[in-house]
Design a protein around this ligand. Sequence first.
Ligand code: MF3
Ligand code: CO
Length: 252
Amino acid sequence: MAVNIKSPREIELMRESCRILSGVFDEMAQALKPGMTTKDVDILGESLIRKAGCIPNFKNYNGYPASICVSVNDEVVHGIPNKKHVIKEGDIVSLDAGLIYKGYHSDMARTFGVGNISKEAQLLIERTKQSFFEGIKMAKAGNHLFDISNAIDDYISQFGYGIVKDLVGHGIGTKLHEDPQIPNFRQKRRGVLLQPGMTLAIEPMINEGGWQVVFLDDDWTVVTEDGSLSAHYENTILITDGEPEIMTLGKY
Ligand code: MF3
Ligand code: CO
């Protein structure tokens, strides 16, 4: 496994790609309202990406038919936007999107509550986000990759939540998915040595119930096996000599 180390010029391009993507997320988050369809979210996100002069990297990726993954409630990731799926008050909606700017990819995800949501749903969203921050405390040159995985697991396990195992984070750069794979659960080995210039998409996917998921017949949508809620939080980050740089941090 070879992990790319980005040059200063490449890092600049990654930063810009990520900055544009965070802006797209800010606008999608503000627009997200009960009554919208999941397809409306996709249309909005794709038009924002294209207006910025960028390319939606998910579209047609291994045949994925949209630009934004919109996953509602028990849908974990890769929900396919659908003009018949109306978002309603009380839903939790995970948006996952990425784009290409001058050949460089960015990737991020957030779960949003629509209107009033249950206390349990709110806690799941907050703890999923926090697990990312626990993970990246370990994202320092000299540490090993799976220190991140273990930190996410240690934080999440205290709540009895299920950590999705069938999907993982990844390196990112001139491709959406580069080495290494980044599991969100405890590993027996320590993984690659982290080095400045690595760009990684770290993305815990956390279920309120069990960790098991089912892949639906549409070839994409991943749902929790037990029907429990699921949340997702992802940023593209840069390993530096000091603290990691979160390149996709916008308002949310
Ligand atoms: N953010 C996801 C990932 O990291 C989504 C990509 S799959 C796609 O892997 F097909 F929807 F693009
Ligand atoms: Co990703």
